[in-house]
Design a protein around this ligand. Structure first.
Ligand code: DGJ
Length: 741
């Protein structure tokens, strides 16, 4: 009898499958349940349970986030945390799902609004919920005024990744001003040994993994630069002290937003840990008229009990199956050639044809002309904004070059930086008012350029027109879409002063719309997100761009460190790297062609060297390595990545293993960066293989230590491991393991 009652009061809400606002592909969704007696909501999927409840005051509180609980487990109803003295109040201690600024809230609010009468108090309470089939939507409303908030929860069944977002709607009959808005607040179970991980960097040094203990107080990660930024990437992970690469709990999340963002990680007065992620409140203000609403970006959050490796593998899978264009089957990255480091701005038809012929001879599949092909673009001082072919460099337009490139069996791609303008350009001379600016104030230039105001309809219409015309009149199958400066003087003088700060949201929304519309009109088109390297890598732009340019630093050793950091958050399926000249233009380091190739082969492979300087043996080596790469790229790009030895913190060695989903193929890359500690001959224990299958070993480059067996079980390769014969500094080797029985 008891069991029947239990069953009756738990209502199955449905199957959730996709994230809010995202065009996502297939698969059944996660389970959503609500216990009507306790008012506890629970989402289950991918080995993860996420639960929250409505407390007696109507506030929505987190209850659990972590490894899957048994289906039969019931969570107790939500109760606000009690303060131990009058110096604290329950709202400053209670783990809210989406805290309104008001009452005694002293922790980070998810939403802060002001009303015309000066009131800045918001008491958000549960007002209902809806099962939308692919998501659960929770309705909240202020206790006194018609400020409504809809919280969307979409959990992916395969990975347990929860996509959370919010929409605030003004039904008060007057305007309200949103001063701060998050996508979500995520609360962690109580623990006193948490560590925070995040990715920081700068130009040519992106994605450096950082860590610090989470202690009382707040730690703010943010971009104030108008773009995602090199400085900090909008991804975090939180582990327990003992968590390692392959064991222990990791909670993680990334904000899908390419403008100003903030993630606030704080420990409250009683030790509760909260992460609030959303629009950056820095200079933020968004006025909503009666009936208007504002949507937040999406925060994608997950959990793994299998350490940082498990966390990144599950997040990579989610990106491949739910986020990237053409998910759940993102396209393989073609091998590309890019002319930037070979020619810089000195591009012309004859020079590009010469490079294209050489690129085709080594198996390149996509030839890309970088900066310098348009307007008066002989340097970074002029021409940006004038997206017309420079007839001095290409007297017959791009047509003959594209024809030659296609004739050589390659796709043609082009560099653009549509959001920017040089003051020395026809576009700026015609429309000086199209840039972000404050009237009568200086217009600070960086790289001699200003930022076009994409919040303006006319600017977007113009960009759509010129880019559409470019793509319609040429067989261009790929755009490298660049963004080379941080914002300054973020004014939008054409709208009322109270609406000017809408810029931060409207710009990015319109950028996404522009990219989506170009893709709709040109379905073959693929796009790379680049911002002076890795300055715009986030899950917002990655819904619309097949690949990202991780860094302008193409030195193969530095790149390994950058790629290692990147891989903690983002999928190899989207990561590009090029083989460039030695010494490298950034740090003058000299490395072998082999080492450069093996470093660049760990995601999408590109070549950016000046092929005019290559010798016959370089072409022969490149041809062989490109061919070998094509045999294994599906495993590298779409398989499971194991960081066997990370290159960070001055490690003399590093190694990665990519394993295909069916575990029939695995690709090992091993590097010796420094022979100083004579540590080359350690065995590398592989991971993720089928222990009972037999795998043959074949070298792509380099060799295994003398005596290495040619065939052994997965158990052997994982237990005994493999010794790689590497000697000297900056040496590399790569192997393929194929299941033979
Ligand atoms: C910055 C990019 O990151 C480079 O690869 C190159 O495209 C230049 N811009 C061109 O100006």
């Amino acid at each position: 009898m008891a069991a029947t009652n239990e069953t009756r009061r738990k209502v199955f809400l449905g199957l959730l499958g996709s994230a809010a606002g995202m065009a996502l592909g297939g698969g059944a969704g996660a389970r959503a349940m609500v216990d009507q007696a306790t008012r506890v909501f629970r989402l289950d999927g991918g080995g993860v349970t996420y639960a929250f409840g409505i407390n007696a005051g109507g506030q929505v509180q987190s209850l659990y986030w972590g490894a899957a609980l048994a289906a039969s487990d019931s969570l107790p109803a939500a109760v606000p945390v009690e303060a131990n003295s009058s110096n604290e109040m329950a709202p400053g201690l209670t783990p809210y799902e989406f805290a309104g600024f008001g009452g005694g809230l002293t922790t980070e609010p998810a939403l802060k609004v002001r009303f015309p009468d000066g009131v800045r108090d918001l008491d958000l309470r549960y007002a209902g919920h809806q099962d939308k089939g692919d998501s659960l939507v929770l309705q909240l409303q202020d206790a006194k005024r018609a400020v409504r908030v809809a919280l969307t929860y979409a959990m992916d069944e395969a990975t347990g990744i929860l996509a959370r977002s919010a929409v605030v709607e003004n039904r008060t009959g007057n305007w309200i001003q949103v001063d701060q808005m998050a996508a979500a607040c995520l609360n962690l179970p109580y623990s006193d040994d948490y560590r925070l991980y995040f990715l920081s960097g700068r130009w040519a040094g992106e994605f450096m993994l950082q860590t610090r203990a989470i202690t009382p107080g707040a730690f703010v990660l943010e971009s104030r630069k108008g773009v995602t930024s090199h400085q900090i990437n909008p991804w975090i992970a939180v582990s327990r002290a003992a968590t390692g690469e392959e064991s222990g709990p990791v909670w993680f999340g990334a904000l899908g937003w390419s403008g100003n963002w903030r993630i606030n990680v704080e420990m409250d007065a009683m030790g509760g840990v909260h992460a609030t992620a959303g629009y950056n409140p820095f200079d933020f203000s968004y006025r909503l008229k009666q009936g208007e609403s504002l949507a937040s970006p999406v925060f994608h959050a997950g959990f793994s009990n299998e350490g940082f490796g498990g966390a990144s593998r599950v997040f990579h899978r989610y990106q491949r199956e739910k986020v990237l264009p053409h998910a759940p089957r993102p396209r393989l990255r073609p091998v590309l050639y890019n002319s930037w480091e070979a020619t810089f701005f000195d591009v012309n038809e004859a020079g590009q044809v010469a490079l294209a012929e050489k690129a085709a001879s080594i198996g390149v599949e996509r030839f890309v002309v970088d900066d310098g092909w348009f307007g008066a673009r002989d340097s970074d001082k002029a021409g940006l904004g004038d997206w017309v072919v420079n007839l001095k460099k290409f007297p017959n337009g791009l047509g003959p070059l594209i024809k030659r490139v296609n004739g050589l069996g390659m796709q043609f791609g082009l560099w653009v930086e549509p959001e920017m303008v040089n003051p020395d350009s026809d576009l700026y001379r015609a429309h000086p008012d199209w840039v972000i600016n404050f009237p009568g104030r200086q217009r600070s230039e960086a790289r001699n350029q200003l930022v076009l105001n994409l919040a303006r309809k006319d600017v977007c219409e113009h960009l759509l027109k010129v880019l559409d015309a470019l793509l319609s009149s040429h067989n261009i199958e790929y755009l490298k879409w660049d963004h080379n400066r941080a914002w300054s003087e973020p004014g939008w003088p054409e709208v009322a002063p109270d609406d000017q700060q809408r810029l931060y949201v409207a710009y990015v929304d319109n950028l996404y719309k522009l990219l989506a519309e170009l893709r709709r009109r040109h379905p073959k088109l693929e796009i790379e997100s680049c911002a002076s390297g890795g300055g715009r890598v986030d899950l917002g732009i990655m819904r619309l761009t097949e690949q990202v340019w991780t860094s302008d630093n193409t030195d193969p050793y530095d790149r390994l460190v950058i790629q290692d950091g990147y891989s903690h958050a983002y999928a190899p399926a989207a990561m590009m790297a090029w083989v460039t000249d030695s010494p490298n233009f950034v740090n003058k380091r000299v490395t072998s062609l082999e080492y450069r190739f093996l470093s660049a082969m760990q995601g999408g492979l590109g070549i950016g060297a000046n092929l005019n300087h290559w010798q016959d043996e370089d072409f022969a080596k490149a041809r062989r390595l490109v061919e070998a790469y094509k045999q294994v790229r599906a495993t590298i790009q779409l398989g499971n990545l194991y960081r066997l030895v990370s290159p960070g913190n001055g490690s003399p060695r590093s190694a990665t293993l990519s394993v295909s989903h069916d575990r029939k193929q695995a690709v090992l890359f091993a590097f010796l960066h420094s022979s100083m500690m004579r540590s080359a001959q350690k065995s590398i224990q592989l991971r993720g293989l089928d222990a009972s299958a037999v795998y043959s070993l074949r070298a792509i480059s380099g060799s295994a230590a003398a005596g290495t067996v040619a065939k052994a079980s997965g158990a052997y390769w994982m237990g005994h491991g493999l010794k790689v014969a590497l000697e000297g500094d900056f040496q590399a080797a790569a192997f393929v393991l194929e299941a033979v029985s």
